[in-house]
Design a protein. Structure first.
Ligand code: LUO
Length: 295
């Protein structure tokens, strides 16, 4: 948790928002305690997403373009965005009629839960890093964190990306709607950006993700529940699913963000294009191997 603490200090949140170090420590410890030991959506994923958000804030020089309170919302949303994830996605929650699906009426059950757990932690005085802020500031932070965490539901991906595309030509950093959308895009980019990291870091994350997805589809088969095609171990190959994800989900999102911050071209788009080549080569090698075996 110390590294996460450094990010709050470096961004000058401790002084600006009068956050007591021991409260920040207790907050981060509670966050750590509320992530589960599952292959992908664990505390290490929380750390990667927060570190990517931190890097994007510096790379895009957001400190000079946005208010500190918005940066505090973004970093805290990244820290909390997958709290108490059980390794089973929204489709499973809804199809299996779990407690979460019932509680949230099938509306982004996981993301609503992550956000509710975050504020249970923040309502506890010992871990409430916002306890020295005014009620107006707290209200604004709560609204921002809810918006950001709920935006990480991938079923809303196209909705958010299209809205962002439509405001890009006349993007205005003083316009609240524009800033809210940018914050949602930035947490989305941070959340799914493993492929922007070096291959030796990125590839193991895909193995962990597929492990979690295959575990879910095994349970769905056992329970006679619908199985998502991109989770079925009998249908998914690593390269083909990742090539589709990079081409149709990751690159379009990153390219839109790079339209606003050109410096991101070399920092997150180039590595992803390399990853696309890597998985395309892997798929060719797999196909050749299959041909040899079938002769
Ligand atoms: C539009 O909703 C979607 C779109 C794509 C996917 N996932 C995939 O296509 C596959 C499994 N690949 C994939 N999915 C990824 C990655 C990072 N996060 N992530 C992910 C994890 C959990 C839920 C959704 C996503 C995108 C990644 O590097 N690859 C899952 C949901």
């Amino acid at each position: 948790m110390v590294l996460l603490q450094v990010m709050y200090t470096d961004l000058d949140f401790i002084a600006t928002f009068n956050i007591e170090p021991e409260v920040l420590q207790q907050f981060l410890f509670e966050v750590y305690r509320h992530y589960n030991n599952i292959p992908f959506h664990n505390f290490k994923h929380c750390f990667c997403v927060t570190q990517m958000m931190y890097g994007l804030i510096w790379l895009t020089d957001l400190k000079s373009k946005m208010e500190n309170i918005d940066l505090l919302i973004m970093l805290t949303s990244a820290v909390c965005h997958d709290l108490d994830h059980t390794g089973y996605n929204n489709a499973y929650q809804i199809n299996a009629r779990t407690e979460l699906a019932l509680r949230y009426n099938d509306i982004s059950p996981l993301e609503n839960h992550h956000c509710a757990v975050a504020f249970e932690i923040l309502e506890t005085r010992e871990s409430n890093i916002f306890r020295n802020l005014s009620s107006d500031q707290y209200k604004r932070i709560r609204e921002g964190i809810i918006k950001c965490i709920l935006a990480t539901d991938m079923t809303r991906h196209n909705e958010i990306l299209n809205k962002f595309k439509s405001i890009l030509p006349g993007f205005d950093f003083t316009n609240k709607e524009h800033k809210d959308l940018l914050m949602m895009v930035l947490i989305k980019v941070s959340d799914i950006s493993n492929e922007a990291r070096p291959m030796e870091v990125a590839e193991p994350w895909l193995d962990c993700l597929l492990q979690e997805f295959f575990n879910q589809s095994d349970v769905e088969k056992l329970k006679g529940l619908p199985v998502s095609p991109f989770m079925d171990r009998d249908k998914v190959t690593k390269p083909s699913s990742q090539i589709g994800f990079i081409r149709f989900v990751l690159l379009p999102l990153f390219i839109e963000l790079a339209n606003l911050f050109p410096c991101l071209e070399q920092h997150i788009i180039d590595p992803v294009r390399k990853a696309l080549n890597y998985y395309t080569e892997m798929e060719k090698a797999l196909d050749k191997e299959k041909q040899n075996r079938s002769h």
